[in-house]
Design a protein around this ligand. Structure first.
Ligand code: URA
Length: 440
């Protein structure tokens, strides 16, 4: 088979056959297709689209590109995961996985790096000194058996095709096409050998999905595709206009995740964690209602059981006993990388904060952390922003509302202006819309 012929076909908008997609994914995984051709193929798919059948074949082939995790029969019915389409300050997975484990579920989480302006769970986890994002089979088994969860990246053995495509999509601006998002997420989830998946499908100005109608189409497609792949999916459409929580940036988000695991009520994120966890417990039959699941989640987040699971997961994944202890029970910030410089930006009016736009904040944070245009492997882990004030809070003129953590002494004027323009302060307090739009 000839890759140039397959590329021409997709470029001209034709449907690819099963054999052609198989050939492409095989070559992506074993390195026999040139990166230029992979980039061209992704761009052709992005522009010309894919049929449902092509998307099903692509996803299945991505799963078959590696091994599927195998679990003992006693875990059946308890194997659950969650995935988000990506957001600014979206650190939900980090407290959620240990909280679900503390509720008795098994969470073998395969997660990803930053894509475009949205942060990646792997990048955040890698800001923890010693944390290993690659585990052997024996280590995975022992994490699930003894702790109940782990979080790792795709490897040369588990979903290798996504490992390659994910990176090239980010480099070629071909991230935000729903069939590519669906195949990337669901191939990883199928490789985990799970029974249930909760999908947080973000909708709004700070996401790849700008409108509810397109999100519904993607949601139904994902539910059908996951059935074919052997697990059951429930999708939460959630609104995403404002950064989730107060921190955006890798090590800052680890700090905030641990605050949540220590029982703190962080705005715009704790409730989301409770909802997602509540649905995971209900979908897997561990509770008889979502509300009961939410109560269970609140309990483990507030009684220290989720934090204990998190600490045990850190130790299993390479973090020393001492660092894990300091992170979880001591001065968390000082155990994490910290940026050399901090700059406070002041409010230009007095009033209620009605809006803080996540998209420009995500872009500024991405640029503050970027050390190499062509690679997310060399991100600066300590940079980002902290919202000292967020939506539905009152701010006085000249009061600092955002703290920027940066590694260069001088903060770029464009970044300062973008941050200043991202906030809307008004004398009128408006009601903040519910984050959860609908459950599918
Ligand atoms: N998360 C993924 O794993 N893949 C995507 O394409 C988007 C979010």
């Amino acid at each position: 088979m000839d890759m140039k012929y397959i590329l021409r076909k997709k470029r001209d908008g034709e449907e690819l056959s099963e054999e052609e997609i198989k050939f492409f994914i095989k070559g992506v995984s074993n390195g026999t297709i040139h990166e230029a051709q992979i980039g061209a193929m992704l761009m052709a798919i992005f522009i010309k689209g894919m049929t449902q059948q092509e998307c099903v074949t692509l996803t299945k082939e991505m799963v078959f590109s590696g091994d599927t995790m195998q679990w003992p029969a006693k875990f059946r019915g308890s194997l659950v995961d969650k995935h988000s389409t990506g957001g600014v300050g979206d650190k939900v997975s980090i407290p959620l996985a240990p909280a679900l484990a503390a509720c008795g579920l098994k969470v073998p989480m395969l997660t990803g790096r930053c894509l475009s302006f949205t942060g990646g769970t792997l990048d955040k986890l890698e800001s923890i000194p010693g944390f290993r994002i690659s585990l052997t089979d024996t280590e995975m088994q022992s994490c699930l058996e003894e702790v109940g969860c782990f979080m790792m990246g795709t490897t040369e053995r588990i979903c290798p095709a996504d490992k390659v495509l994910y990176k090239i999509r980010d480099l070629t601006s071909t991230v935000d096409y729903y069939n590519l998002i669906a195949s990337s997420i669901l191939s990883k989830k199928a490789s985990e050998g799970i029974d249930y998946l909760i999908m947080d499908l973000k909708v709004g100005s700070a996401t790849f999905m700008k409108d509810v109608e397109s999100a519904r189409v993607l949601a139904h497609q994902k539910i059908n595709l996951s059935k074919l792949l052997g697990f059951k999916t429930r999708i939460l459409l959630t609104r995403h206009e404002t950064p989730l929580g107060r921190c955006v940036g890798n090590s800052l988000e680890i700090f905030e995740s641990i605050e949540i695991l220590r029982g703190k009520n962080v705005p715009l994120i704790k409730d989301l964690i409770l909802h997602i966890g509540g649905h995971a417990l209900h979908l897997s039959g561990k509770t008889s209602s979502v509300e009961e699941g939410e109560l269970k989640m609140r309990e483990v987040l507030e009684n220290g059981k989720a934090l204990e699971c998190f600490k045990n997961m850190l130790i299993k994944q390479g973090v020393s006993e001492e660092v894990s202890h300091q992170l979880c029970f001591g001065d968390t910030r000082s155990a994490l990388p910290q940026a050399k410089y901090q700059t406070r930006i002041l409010a230009q009016n007095t009033g209620w904060i009605n809006r803080i736009e996540a998209f420009p904040i995500g872009k500024v944070c991405y640029e503050l952390g970027k050390t190499n245009e062509n690679s997310s492997d060399t991100l600066n882990r300590s940079t980002g922003v902290e919202l000292l004030k967020t939506v539905d809070e009152f701010v006085e003129i000249n009061e600092p509302w955002i703290l920027v953590h940066h590694s260069e002494e001088q903060l770029n004027e464009d970044h300062i202006n973008a941050l200043k323009a991202s906030i809307t302060i008004s004398s009128v307090r408006i009601e903040i819309e519910n984050q959860l739009i609908e459950v599918i």
